[in-house]
Design a protein around this ligand. Structure first.
Ligand code: HEM
Length: 222
């Protein structure tokens, strides 16, 4: 195997492993956020725990941010590499004949999710850092639900979030299944794994859409 092929496989494996990690994060993030709809007190409790637990704050949070950065940087590298390979090897490459729009445009859906994350960090994470480390406000385990609901009051932010979640669904639709392929998983469970990835790709982003719309339209919470 040539060095080039080996390093390209290594990149795909890094992409797949960081992708699995982010999928795992997404599942736990969704579980906590869904409690903002069905059990506001639980949402407050869990958010407070996540916001002040030293293990979460100083170990898991930096690991998560590193995971996001690795996934996106490696995504760009793979995209550049694929473009170069396509230009040289497949002069007659006709994308639509060989792959779906979603799989050929992972970089576009990925960029939309990245742009969403920038806004999302500004909305929640920057606010949280300022609250704790700049304004030195006292701990208040009851504030998270109201703060989250408040964020979804403006129509513009709700629309941006919803559109981003649709692009996230497209990204996961191809990416989650493809990660198993990159890891070389190919056995009798493959069809079930594939079905699970497709269900996850639809249900979790739609769940996020539901949370955003619920807080935007629920008059009881404004
Ligand atoms: C309705 C949907 C969502 C709501 C209500 C929501 C809410 C929140 C909140 C309250 C935080 C702050 C946590 C903290 O105190 O640090 C947060 C952080 C974060 N969210 Fe979301 N989120 C949503 C969707 C998403 C999605 C779809 C993604 C990924 C594509 C995402 C990625 C993140 C990341 C990476 C962080 C930083 C994590 C950290 O601070 O440790 N969120 N989100």
């Amino acid at each position: 195997m040539s060095g080039l092929t080996k390093s390209s496989i290594a990149r795909k494996v890094v992409m797949a492993l960081s992708g699995f990690f982010l999928v795992f994060f997404l599942a736990q993030h969704f579980t906590i956020n869904f409690t903002s709809v069905i059990a506001p007190d639980t949402f407050n409790e869990w958010s407070h725990f996540m916001g002040y637990n030293p293990l979460v704050q100083y170990i898991l949070q930096p690991i998560l941010i590193a995971g996001v950065i690795i996934h996106f940087v490696m995504g760009f590298v793979l995209e550049l590499q694929n473009n170069r390979a396509r230009g040289v090897k497949y002069v007659k490459f006709k994308g639509s004949a060989n792959a779906s729009w979603v799989s050929r445009n992972m970089i576009i859906s990925g960029l939309v999710v990245l742009a969403f994350l920038a806004l999302h960090f500004y909305d929640f994470w920057v606010h949280e850092m300022a609250y704790k480390y700049i304004e030195f406000k006292p701990q208040d385990p009851t504030r998270y639900h109201a703060e989250t609901v408040e964020k979804f009051a403006p129509m513009w932010r709700t629309v941006i979030y919803v559109v981003s979640f649709v692009l996230l669904a497209l990204h996961l639709w191809h990416g989650f299944a493809s990660a198993f392929q990159s890891m070389g998983v190919n056995n009798k469970y493959t069809p079930s794994i594939k079905a699970f990835t497709k269900v996850f790709a639809v249900v979790i982003p739609l769940g996020f859409v539901f949370i955003a719309l619920y807080h935007h339209f629920n008059p009881l919470t404004h």
